[in-house]
Design a protein around this ligand. Sequence first.
Ligand code: PMT
Length: 407
Amino acid sequence: MTSEGGSGKPFVVLGVSAGIAAYKAIEVCRRLVDAGVHVAPVLTERATRFVGRATFDALASERVQIGLWDEASPIPHTRLGQSADLVVVAPATVDLLARYAGGFADDLLTTTLVATAAPVLVCPAMHTEMWEHPAVQENLDTLRRRGVTVIPPGDGRLAGGDVGTGRLADPSLIVATVLEMLGRGEAVGAGDLDGVRMVVSAGGTREPIDPVRFITNRSSGKQGHALAAAARRRGAEVVLVTSSALPAAQGVEVDRVETAADMEAAMLHRAEAADVVVMAAAVADFRPKEAGTSKMHKSDGVPDLVLEATPDILAELGRRRRPGQVLVGFAAETEQLSDRARAKLASKGVDLMVANDVSAPAVGFDHDTNEVTIFGADGSMFPVALRTKDAVADAILDRVSALLSPS
Ligand code: PMT
């Protein structure tokens, strides 16, 4: 890690582009400096119409830079790009994302982004219509493919009194993510799960109607994959039973499954040798009683779909578990979160029930972030505020680790 002037402080370039949310970058700057980070602010020319350079000059670790010719060095972009341990852009506007995705280098911020090998975090903020525009989403896909981390905007009040998706992520989430990416997160427990054998399930199961159609749900597998990656990072031997096409972290053994029946077989088998079992998957509760063996045709009329319940894998894992094995379930709720999670904790016989309100903004299915409450069989309750799914995974594993080695 680069240290500024040998001070040992991580060096972060804070890029600010021209959106109404630019004022929130001041809070990000202040909190990062308070957390012991050297912050070098780079504003676009137009961002100065929203926030003054004097505020950043007063709060940041060095003076604001805007143009390529602001400092004595004729090559400020390479100094910033090479010194950076991380570059964060908050807010990132439509225009900034397009220029970055296109490889443009027409001001100091885009030139620094192109000139750095450090990890980059972008935090878009814009009106809902702009956020939903295919050009914006395609640019973000391009950046993600190149390894850029994106904190998507949240829902709420936007400039001009509109309401919708597009609000800059909360400064506390941006700061927590920066610190986590710098390896300075709160919940780094490297090595505390050394040699622990863990099985994690992920993704939504697919229950066939016929060879071309199926019933499923919105689970992407991100939370389960994040758990498997975090457990591996902390030293566990991890098997991931997943229906998601997402890649698994290095060193994680993967069983790819499709239906609830496949997942049940894999989980019951893998759990036999496991110290910890985590059911983060969204198993379909119902499946067609009989799947067609050939494609159903519209010309045959609307079919009568008869459904039946799928096996409750978690409840079965609870019945079969060995003494000392730690069992963790998830509860996806849209109302009465605590009551329903506690009821599931008791009925399924688990040690921890991780409850998420999947109707809340940026929480649950397919988001990159989550907010959960971890209920313990001992009556304990740990709220985990909105953060990345990686950080939520670490918070859950902190509870698992405490159960494995009670102090
Ligand atoms: O995958 P992502 O897009 O990242 O989204 C994450 C998530 C929302 C899927 C995840 O955080 C989550 O909540 N997972 C559990 C979803 C769910 O099925 O919840 P449930 O309340 O319906 O089920 C309770 C528990 O029983 C879960 O642990 C589930 O895996 C398990 N179950 C449910 C039905 C069934 N037939 N067998 C099961 O084992």
